[in-house]
Structure formats: structure tokens, C-alpha cells
Ligand binder design. Structure first.
Ligand code: F6R
Ligand code: MG
Ligand code: MG
Length: 385
């Protein structure tokens, strides 16, 4: 049997340049130097360092499997060393996503975002790696649904015998820490019950029913739930395999022609459209946004990452970008009002509760009838009955 290959995509915000808009080239250079040492030692087969907004992304290939201690330690150490560089340059929020003081075996739950998959490399293996900034893990729900379950997006679901059986989606309930696996097309409506609420339910992975092979994996960590307070956005990553039993490259990219509205813009407090952009434009500046997504395409050859091709560097996405700006203008005019601002329940994960706490004593019961913060019936008995 062919050797298994693991693709590990691990990212963290360890310092922004300027503010939270982008990263300094020195961080990418340092990360590249560190990963090159690991490659020469034979631990990695190949790697690529990138950035989306203020997040540093490490893409690595190796034979060590997912959740591997050495690979996770390497990523942690790279982020740690880059934090030192960020501190020297006094970059903004140096070390922001490293939520624990010391590495403890696995970077899961320690701050960095992780998407890993182990595959048997096909005769030709195209993959697309997505990185987003100013949003959270649920941002992939809609595009993953479109790619793998929506025949209006993916022609292959209808006309390709290799895809016609459909896919399985594993969904994580980020609050309870439980997962459910649902099969499309037959459980499509059940799937939408959950993934239509991307703040709580997040698509973790997608597998092909025809072969059982993994087609997509995304990072699912929610920083606020790990830290217990607002510490910046999760800024998720997602790895998708293309062609053959999986959607074609164009079917993988097509969902991003509809700039869907995601949470996470400005202070993690606003909804905004997700703008597909080329890597050189992945530096959100307007109101710290709008949220960005980049797509790096690779062909894998015996674990080597041939690429990247900057997949959104294509005039075919110009209209999506234009529409993003139109939607952004309209939402921005709502200022501090919903639905630009997140609903109260989601604002719990921002800095707003600290402000609200100061005003807690100023609330007066209506007619002196409020009991422990709850609204009570104040109508006269004659009217109420
Ligand atoms: C960061 C982000 C930014 C910051 C904002 C305030 O991911 O989305 O919009 O939340 O720039 O940053 P602080 O609180 O660091 O001053
Ligand atoms: Mg940041
Ligand atoms: Mg970020």
C-alpha cells in the first residue's frame, strides 16, 4: 500500500503589522528558516509559509500522522520564535494566539488553528488551502456545503459517477464538544438544521461516500471558549482536495463568488461579507476588514508542495469583490446597530460585557416589579385576567 501522507496546516496570530491588518515580512522569513531546518532534518517533506491578514500560516507535509507531538511542537516553537521577533519589533499583539505558557504535547486547545488530514496521495493530487482573517471557523460551513452537497454549485454531484453517491459531513458542536456525522444528499435537511448556525455548529471534515477518503478538513477552535474572554478572532483554515471523487478545482472555488456574510469584522463584533482576494491583497484595512479569504492551490508530488497558485488572483472573482464592497458599505451604515453588530448572545464573546457591567446598577425595575433581573407581569389583575 502507498505510504500515507499528512498535510498539516497550523496558523496563529503572533503579532500584527500595522495593528491587526497584516504581518511583518520578518515573521514569514523567520518561520521559513525554522521550517527549512526541520525539512533538512527529514522531519518535514515540504512546507509553505503564508499569511492572511495578521495570521501566520504554516503548511507542512510529512509522514508522521495527524496530532503528531513533534509536528505540533515544531509549529509551537516556530510561533514562539516568531513572537520573539514580533516583540523585538514591538509589533501589535505579539504572541496573541499563544494562550498557554508552555507546549503540552498538542497545539489543539492552546490557541493556534489546526487543519490536518492524512491521505494516500493519488496519481495526481490537487489541493486548495484556504486561510481567512477576521472571522471564525463556522465561516467554512456555507462554502463546504456548496462544494460537497449543492448541485447548483457542483455539477459533478449530478453528472459524475465518482461523486454521485454524495459525502459525509462531520459537524462539531463547539459549545458541547460533541460531533455528529450526517450523510448527503439523504440527510441534507438535517445537516442544514445545524450548520446554518455557524457560531455553534462547525463542519469539521467531509469524506467521500464512494471511497471513504477525506475530502476536506477545517480548523474548529474558538479562541474565546479556550481563553474564556475575547482574544481576537479565530481566523480559520481549511484544506480541500479537488478533482476525481472530489469537486473540481472550479467547483471548490465557486462558492466564494457569493460573498456570504460572516461574523468577526472589527473587534469580533460585526457581520461583514467574506472577500475572496489574492494573497497580496490579504491585508484588511477598512474598518479592520472586510473579512478576507485567500486560496492557495498546490499539486502534491510525493509529498512535495508544487505551488502555490494564488487561486483568487483571477478577474473571475472581481464581481464578488465589488459586491463585497457594496455590501460592506451598506452594513457599515448601520454603525452600532444590528444586524451589522452581532446579536447580544454572540457579543458575550467580545469586550462589550465589561462595558455593560458598569451600567448594571443603573437599571431600574418597571413599577418596582422586577425580580432577579427577570421581567414580571405588571398588568393590573383585572386587565390580566
Ligand atoms: C482583531 C480584530 C481587530 C481588533 C481591533 C481592536 O482580530 O478583529 O478588529 O479587534 O483592532 O484591537 P485591540 O483590542 O487589540 O486594540
Ligand atoms: Mg490579530
Ligand atoms: Mg487575524
Amino acid at each position: 500500500m502507498a505510504a500515507e501522507l499528512t498535510i498539516s496546516c497550523i496558523k496563529a496570530d503572533v503579532g500584527g503589522f500595522v495593528g491587526h491588518s497584516a504581518i511583518h515580512p520578518a515573521l514569514k522569513d523567520e518561520a521559513g528558516r525554522q521550517l527549512e531546518i526541520a525539512r533538512r532534518r527529514g522531519m518535514l517533506i515540504d512546507f509553505h509559509v503564508t499569511a492572511c491578514g495578521d495570521d501566520l500560516g504554516l503548511l507542512m507535509t510529512h509522514r508522521l500522522g495527524i496530532d503528531n507531538h513533534e509536528v505540533h511542537r515544531l509549529a509551537w516553537d516556530v510561533f514562539d520564535i516568531c513572537t520573539r521577533v514580533a516583540k523585538e519589533l514591538k509589533l501589535y499583539g505579539a504572541g496573541q494566539d499563544l494562550l498557554k505558557d508552555a507546549f503540552s504535547g498538542n497545539v489543539r486547545g492552546m490557541g493556534p488553528g489546526i487543519a490536518e488530514m492524512t491521505i494516500v496521495e493519488r496519481p495526481s493530487e490537487p489541493i486548495i488551502v484556504f486561510f481567512a482573517d477576521k472571522t471564525s471557523a463556522g465561516a467554512w460551513n456555507l462554502p463546504l456545503f456548496r462544494m460537497f452537497a449543492d448541485p447548483f454549485n457542483t455539477a459533478g454531484l449530478v453528472i459524475s459517477p465518482a461523486m454521485h453517491d454524495g459525502f459525509r459531513f462531520r459537524v462539531l458542536d463547539v459549545r458541547k464538544g460533541t460531533t455528529i456525522t450526517l450523510s448527503t444528499p439523504e440527510e441534507m435537511y438535517d445537516l442544514l438544521v445545524f450548520i446554518g448556525a455557524p457560531g455553534r455548529y462547525v463542519v469539521e471534515r467531509v469524506t467521500a461516500k464512494s471511497t471513504g477518503a477525506i475530502g476536506a478538513v477545517s480548523s474548529t477552535q474558538r479562541l474565546a471558549l479556550i481563553a474564556g474572554r475575547y482574544v481576537g478572532k479565530d481566523d480559520p483554515v481549511c484544506v480541500v482536495r479537488a478533482q476525481g471523487e472530489f469537486p473540481a478545482v472550479g467547483e471548490v472555488l465557486e462558492p466564494f463568488t457569493m460573498p456570504h456574510i460572516v461574523e468577526g469584522w472589527m473587534r469580533g463584533s460585526r457581520y461583514g461579507p467574506l472577500m475572496p482576494c489574492r494573497v497580496g491583497d490579504a491585508h484588511p484595512g477598512r474598518f479592520d476588514g472586510p473579512p478576507r479569504v485567500i486560496a492557495l492551490g498546490f499539486q502534491i508530488a510525493e509529498g512535495q508542495l508544487i505551488g502555490p497558485r494564488d487561486m483568487f488572483d483571477d478577474p473571475g472573482f472581481d464581481e464578488a469583490r465589488h459586491l463585497c464592497n457594496v455590501i460592506a458599505d451598506h452594513l457599515r451604515r448601520h454603525g452600532p446597530f444590528e444586524p451589522h453588530r452581532l446579536p447580544m448572545e454572540e457579543m458575550e464573546y467580545t469586550t462589550l460585557p465589561e462595558v455593560m457591567k458598569k451600567l448594571a446598577d443603573r437599571w431600574q425595575p418597571v413599577n418596582g416589579h422586577a425580580v432577579s433581573g427577570e421581567v414580571v407581569e405588571t398588568l393590573p389583575a383585572s386587565v390580566a385576567s
